[in-house]
Design a protein around this ligand. Structure first.
Ligand code: KG4
Ligand code: ZN
Length: 352
């Protein structure tokens, strides 16, 4: 029997049992992460090594540095995750890995590591879409969450509204036509001289600011659930330049709060409309931007008013991590989706 035949037979046995412990690997951008997840929802270990400090020196992620750092971090993280889980390598039923979207070199380090591990342990390999991972962080957050639900995915590279009709089935309702929400946060943070990645620090600054200090325009978009953040970013930059030229000063806290309010307002309005129009009882937030305190508070208030249950990942599971990859992979495994040694990185992989 070949590796793939054995892996498929093992996957069938796991599906019959309805239980599996997965070791998951994530290396799509600037965090290296390895996790051990049981049955898609129970996190036994979740180890992360962030490269943010190094990339902050350059004001953004340097792909070549990211790849090299992933290579160095993967083996020690694997050892740490296994030790933290209290399991041995032979207790791992399958290996999961992010194969896209992301930086090609960074993805390849994780994919190569996971392939070698799956082959060495002679267990199934499960390829996971990074965005699907972010959505799945909500399954860890609350064991009672089941599709269907509408999910806002807002990260550094993506801003989508999807209808999760069943496990692994996504209907695209809306998306950004230009910048992602996190990208807009990072670009505006740079103007405010906040170091990379700007989103979390801008959030903290905004907490002490007046969200109505600077009026910003609302974007016109092609579809009712689409976003556009590029115009908002330009309007913000133009407004700050004009103030500078006229010698008008505005507190950075007020500028941050005003920008954050405009982004949150767009994300909230479109997503709530999509949830109401699709008659769902549950709404979830996902991706790095779902850690934003203004966003979380606004959705809590709106969902309570609309009688919709809101699900949000814990703060440490909003950004990139491998636990979410292990969760997504479990449901892929249950559908019999196992990869083989030809698995390659797909930097431009789409969710739908
Ligand atoms: O999901 P993620 O960790 O990586 C990608 O898949 O892109 O998202 C990172 C993005 C960055 O743009 C970062 O600035 C933003 O999420 N972010 C935030 C916050 N925390 C992270 N944006 C606003 N407020 C936050 N608290
Ligand atoms: Zn991400």
């Amino acid at each position: 029997m070949t590796y793939l035949e054995r892996a498929r037979a093992k996957a069938r046995a796991l599906i019959e049992k309805g239980s599996a412990t997965l070791l998951a690997v994530e290396s799509s951008c600037d965090e290296t992460a390895v996790a051990v997840v049981k049955d898609g929802r129970q996190v036994l270990a979740n180890e992360i090594s962030s490269q943010v400090d190094i990339h902050a020196l350059y004001g953004g992620v340097v792909p070549e540095i990211a790849s090299r750092m992933h290579v160095e971090a993967l083996s020690p993280l694997y050892e740490r995750a296994l030790a933290a889980s209290g399991l041995g390598a032979r207790d791992i039923d399958a290996v999961a890995v992010t194969f896209g979207p992301g930086l090609v070199g960074a993805l390849l380090t994780g994919v190569s590591f996971a392939k070698a591990l799956a082959y060495g342990l002679d267990v199934p390999l499960v390829a996971v879409n990074h965005i699907e991972g972010h959505v799945s962080a909500n399954f860890i957050a609350d064991p009672s969450l089941e599709p269907p639900f509408v999910c806002l995915v807002a990260s550094g590279g993506h801003s989508h509204i999807v209808n999760v009709t069943r496990y692994g089935c996504y209907e695209l309702l809306g998306r950004t036509v230009d910048d992602a929400a996190g990208e807009a946060f990072d670009k505006v943070a740079r103007v405010l001289e906040i170091p990379y990645p700007g989103g979390p620090l801008l959030d903290r600054l905004a907490a002490n600011g007046d969200p109505n200090a600077l009026k910003l325009p609302k974007a016109h978009t092609p579809g009712p659930y689409d976003f556009s953040f590029s115009g908002l970013k330009t309007a913000f930059i133009n407004a700050t330049h004009n103030m500078e030229q006229k010698g008008v000063e505005m507190r950075p806290e007020d500028l941050a709060a005003s920008f954050q309010h405009a982004v949150v307002d767009a994300l909230l309005t479109k997503t709530m409309q999509a949830a109401l129009d699709n008659h769902v009882k549950a709404l979830a937030l996902a991706g790095g931007v779902s850690a934003n305190s203004g966003l979380r508070a606004a959705f809590e208030a709106a969902c309570q008013k609309a009688g919709i249950r809101l699900f949000m990942p814990r703060l440490d599971l909003c950004g990139d991590n491998a636990a979410m990859i292990g969760s997504a992979a479990y449901y892929r495994l249950l559908r019999g989706e196992t990869g083989d040694m030809r698995l390659n990185a797909k930097p431009a992989l789409r969710l739908v």
